[in-house]
Unconditional design. Structure first.
Length: 459
C-alpha cells in the first residue's frame, strides 16, 4: 500500500480553501484534515495551492483518423502539463463513434497512449437508432453529441461540415426531428445530450466567401446559436432530456438558454476560454489561430459570458481543443480549418479570470466540479475529499506563466490564448496519486484509464 501525505498547501475542498493535510492511499484520497493529522510519505507543497484535477469535457484527440494533427499521446501530454487529469473526447474522429464496436476500439487505442484518464462521447447521426444508443451507453459513453448541420460521409465514416445537398455519399445531418425521435431513449438512459448549437438553415442563408473576420461573423451569426438552443431545448423539455450546450459563444445564445431554463428545461451550459478572453479585435494579431466554429465575437458577447459565469448560469468551462497541422492553419482565412488547441491552458486561464473576478477558487468549480457532474463522475472525481480519486494539481500562486508556442505540448503550437500572461504556474500534477507532470517534465509511460458515468450498466 502506497501512502502519500500532501503537507503545507492551501487546499480547495468542497467547503472552500483550507490549510490542511491530504492523505492518499493507493490512488484514493483517504483523509483531509488539520495540519499534522495525516501520515504517509510527505510531499512538501508548502506555499502552494492544491486543487482538484481539471476535467475537460470537450476535446478533439483527432485519434484515430488524423494523427498528423494530434493523437491521444500528444493530447494528454498537453492535458497533464496543464493540470487536466481527465479528458472527454468528442466522437468526430474517424471512424466516427456511432456504434459500440467503434467506441470500444477507440477506447483500446486511447488506453495505449493516454497519460491521463479519458472518457468518450458517442455520435448521434440522423439514422441512429434507439438500440444503437443503448449499446453505446452500455459500452461506456458519457453522453451523446449531435452536430446540427454537419453531414456524415458514408464512405469515410466521417462527420463533415457540408452545406451542399445532393452528394449521395453524404448522409443528411441530424436535425430537431432526429432529436425528437431519440429523445425518449436518451431520457431513459439518463445521459446528457450535447449539441453543436448552430442552426443549419441560418448558416446556409448567410454563407459567403471568407475574406475578412467580418465575413466570418456574418456567415455564422449569433442567431444561428440562439435558434438552435431554443429549438433543441423545446424538444428536451418535452421529453425530460438533459441538454448540454457546447461552446456557448454569444449573448443572444445565452438569452435563449436562460429562457429555456426558466421554462423548466434541464440544461447545462459550457463556454470556452477563447470566448472569455478574446474578441473580434484580436484576429488582427492572432490570425487563423483564432478561427473556430462558433466564432469569437464582440466585447459585449465576452462580457455577457463572463457575467453568466460569475452568476453560475454557466457552470462549465471546457476548451473545444481542436488542433490542426501548422500547414493547414497557415492557409488563408477561407481555407484554414476551424479549431484551436487549449487543453494545456484551461486551468491557468480560468484561475486568472477568477482572480480578476475577485475569487480565484471559482476556477475549480468551472473546470472540476461542474464537468464531473456533467460526465457522471461526481462521486469519484472533481473534488478533494475522502473517497475521491487523488487527481491533484499543485499550483504556485507566486509564479507567473505566459502562454507561448515553445511550451505547448500539443502538435499545434499556436493557439487563441497565445501571449496571455497569468499570475499562476502549474508546479506538479498527480493522477490517482501518481505524478504525471513535475518540474516541466512528463511521466514516461501512459497510465490513463477509461472513465464511465455512474449508474449505467456495464456490458
Amino acid at each position: 500500500m502506497t501512502e502519500l501525505l500532501f503537507r503545507g498547501a492551501t487546499v480547495y475542498t468542497p467547503d472552500g480553501p483550507v490549510d490542511c493535510d491530504v492523505t492518499v492511499s493507493d490512488g484514493v484520497i483517504t483523509s483531509v484534515g488539520p495540519s499534522g493529522s495525516g501520515h504517509g510519505k510527505v510531499v512538501d507543497v508548502s506555499g502552494k495551492w492544491l486543487l482538484p484535477g481539471a476535467i475537460d469535457v470537450h476535446v478533439h484527440s483527432r485519434d484515430p483518423g488524423f494523427p498528423e494533427k494530434e493523437d491521444f499521446g500528444t493530447l494528454t501530454a498537453a492535458a497533464a502539463a496543464g493540470g487536466v487529469t481527465t479528458v472527454i473526447d468528442m466522437p468526430n474522429t474517424v471512424p466516427a463513434v456511432d456504434s459500440a464496436g467503434v467506441l470500444e476500439a477507440k477506447a483500446a487505442l486511447a488506453r495505449s497512449r493516454s497519460r491521463v484518464d479519458f472518457g468518450l462521447w458517442a455520435l448521434i447521426r440522423s439514422t441512429s437508432t434507439a438500440e444503437e444508443l443503448v449499446e453505446l451507453a452500455v459500452a461506456g459513453a458519457v453522453g451523446f453529441k449531435a452536430y446540427l448541420g454537419y453531414s456524415f460521409s458514408l464512405s469515410r465514416k466521417q462527420v463533415l461540415h457540408a452545406l451542399d445537398a445532393g452528394d449521395p455519399d453524404l448522409e443528411a445531418p441530424p436535425d430537431y426531428g432526429t432529436l425528437t425521435r431519440l429523445a425518449q431513449v436518451i431520457a431513459e438512459l439518463g445521459l446528457p445530450l450535447a449539441i453543436h448549437a448552430e442552426d443549419p438553415g441560418i448558416l446556409h442563408s448567410f454563407r459567403r466567401p471568407l475574406e475578412t473576420y467580418s465575413d466570418v461573423l456574418a456567415a455564422r451569426p449569433a442567431e444561428a446559436e440562439s435558434l438552435a438552443i431554443s429549438a433543441s431545448a423545446s424538444v428536451a423539455r418535452q421529453h425530460g432530456v438533459h441538454l448540454h450546450i457546447a461552446h456557448l459563444s454569444s449573448a443572444l445564445g445565452l438569452d435563449a438558454a436562460g429562457e429555456a431554463i426558466a421554462a423548466g428545461t434541464r440544461l447545462t451550459l459550457e463556454t470556452c476560454p477563447q470566448y472569455l478572453w478574446r474578441t473580434e479585435a484580436d484576429f488582427t494579431r492572432l490570425g487563423t489561430a483564432m478561427k473556430m466554429n462558433p466564432p469569437v465575437r464582440s466585447a459585449g458577447d465576452r462580457q455577457a459570458l463572463r457575467d453568466a459565469l460569475r452568476r453560475e448560469v454557466i457552470g462549465i468551462v471546457a476548451t473545444d481543443h481542436a488542433p490542426h497541422s501548422t500547414a493547414e492553419k497557415a492557409q488563408d482565412l477561407e481555407h484554414a480549418p476551424p479549431g484551436t488547441p487549449g487543453v494545456q491552458t484551461l486551468y491557468l486561464s480560468c484561475l486568472e479570470l477568477a482572480k480578476q473576478m475577485g475569487d480565484p477558487w471559482l476556477a475549480a468549480r468551472w473546470v472540476s466540479e461542474g464537468p464531473a457532474a456533467l460526465a457522471g463522475l461526481g462521486e469519484s472525481k472533481g473534488q478533494i475529499a475522502p473517497g475521491y480519486d487523488a487527481d491533484l494539481v499543485v499550483v504556485d500562486p507566486k509564479q507567473s506563466t505566459t502562454f507561448s508556442p515553445r511550451s505547448m505540448r500539443s502538435r499545434q503550437k499556436h493557439g487563441a490564448l497565445e501571449g496571455l500572461k497569468v499570475s499562476f504556474a502549474i508546479a506538479s500534477v498527480y493522477l490517482r496519486g501518481a505524478p504525471v507532470y513535475a518540474n516541466g517534465r512528463l511521466s514516461t509511460k501512459p497510465s490513463g484509464r477509461m472513465v464511465r458515468p455512474a449508474g449505467v450498466p456495464i456490458a
